[in-house]
Ligand binder design. Sequence first.
Ligand SMILES: [Zn+2]
Ligand SMILES: [Zn+2]
Length: 193
Amino acid sequence: MHLIHGIYRFKPQCIGTRRDFCNACLHETHTEQIRAFWVWHFFFIPLVPLWWRAEWQCTSCGADPRARYRSSPSFWKVIAGVSSLIFIVPTIVEWESPVSPDGAVLNWVLRFALPLAACFLLYFAFVRKTKSVDLLNEERRQRVIPLETDHCLYCESLLNSQPYVYCPHCRIRVYGTYEETSDKVPGTGRLDL
Ligand SMILES: [Zn+2]
Ligand SMILES: [Zn+2]
């Protein structure tokens, strides 16, 4: 039986914003920190309150911009190494068995194509250096130009800069791309200002 469970997010509210690189849609994008009261549900019945939590969302695709969405190169290297065996064994068989008069062309094509495919996979598995996805995304993130504005993006009020940049009207904080952010936020409905 398929168990239906998940999270309800009550009273979602934007409390932060920043420019970031989204690992999901692979674009430089505008992201928002959404605070909500999380409740775990089981078959749509809210059961366990998980309290107030905040998460970052990409405004283009809705995903968490810093989560990992692609398998690491080492995973694909293992797959390539194991897959090369699929070609090595038939290569040995092809070269050990006599060429049949009816399918001579096919036999000779396979005798060279199979080891070529195996060599390509072995090269990918053991020789080729592939940059980690995380490193690649981090390099892209370093090129993101942080938000530099004097006015709120949402209400156009003049931003306060002390103790950090925020809108006094919407209470939304403007973060630099690498500024520390906290996922644990007070449940008062307001930021600590
Ligand atoms: Zn995105
Ligand atoms: Zn505002």
